[in-house]
Design a protein around this ligand. Sequence first.
Ligand code: NAP
Length: 305
Amino acid sequence: MPTTWHVLGAGSLGTLWATRLARAGLPVRLVLRNEDRLQAYRAAGGLTLVEQGQAQCYPVPGETADQGEPIKRLLLACKAYDAEAAVSSVAHRLDAGAELILLQNGLGSQDAVANRVPLARCISASSTEGAFRDGDWRVVFAGHGYTWLGDPAHPVAPFWLDDLEAAGIPHEWSADILIRLWRKLALNCAINPLTVLHRCKNGGLQDHRCEVATLCAELTDLLEHCGQPAAAEDLQPEVERVIQATAANYSSMYQDVSHGRRTEISYLLGHACKVAQRHQVPVPHLQQLRQRLIVHLDNLGLPSD
Ligand code: NAP
């Protein structure tokens, strides 16, 4: 009997994973916030994935966090700021030796989750797949990509990667997942906040080269001093490459702010500043950037934590 995938979070990535796993005939259950959300989901009849303009509905069974069978495998597909509370809501259902796959961007939430459920195996993920919601229970698969998975505490790959293979979820087991997470965080810190403050697409940062270069220098210094030198290698040329390659795109943080949604600032720029302070690495420009972003978010009436 294959192990059930419990997917907590019926948002963009949760739906992208749940529908592909279900399509491969694997057992999947969706864990929803509360009874109201469960009733709304049941009324919709399932999760809809839109791929290349074609919409397909998958009737993945749903349940609330507080009731249901014990959970052996949990895909945590909420935002970083919701992760700890979300995992707490199902902690009483986690089987001894349960495995959690943490899809959150940035850093900080993974440790918070692991501390909350110390007996579970926590596998971190870093994904370049792209998806967005265009309605309740409906997600558009916007960008093909890859998901790297890894467990900093235990380098052996889990057997259930076969399920991802069967579901056509492009993935790779990474012995160095922390390097990937830090590298992505650094790229994000160098690009995303500036796109919000300058109100521009990624390509607009080509007019702010000095500012970007200063941030890259501080980020490189920080990574080298906090035990992540591999994540620092050639950071600035890569940031410039990403700015050029994604010139026509709005960053995820820009999109969050323009849609009036909470950002994951605390797990990106906020985490970088916190670690810099812990390691006593001076990062005045990153700190100033964080302060400017907080003021900007406050002025818009958006949460800045
Ligand atoms: P999202 O669309 O906002 O979905 C998050 C979902 O989590 C929402 O459906 C939310 O429910 C649910 N949720 C939050 N707390 C919950 C709880 N306690 N119980 C049950 N459900 C709960 O977010 P996303 O875009 O999928 O992003 C998830 C993570 O993946 C983020 O860290 C993001 O940065 C990262 N990521 C996303 C993409 C992408 O393309 N979307 C790509 C790479 C990485 P409600 O709807 O009820 O609020």
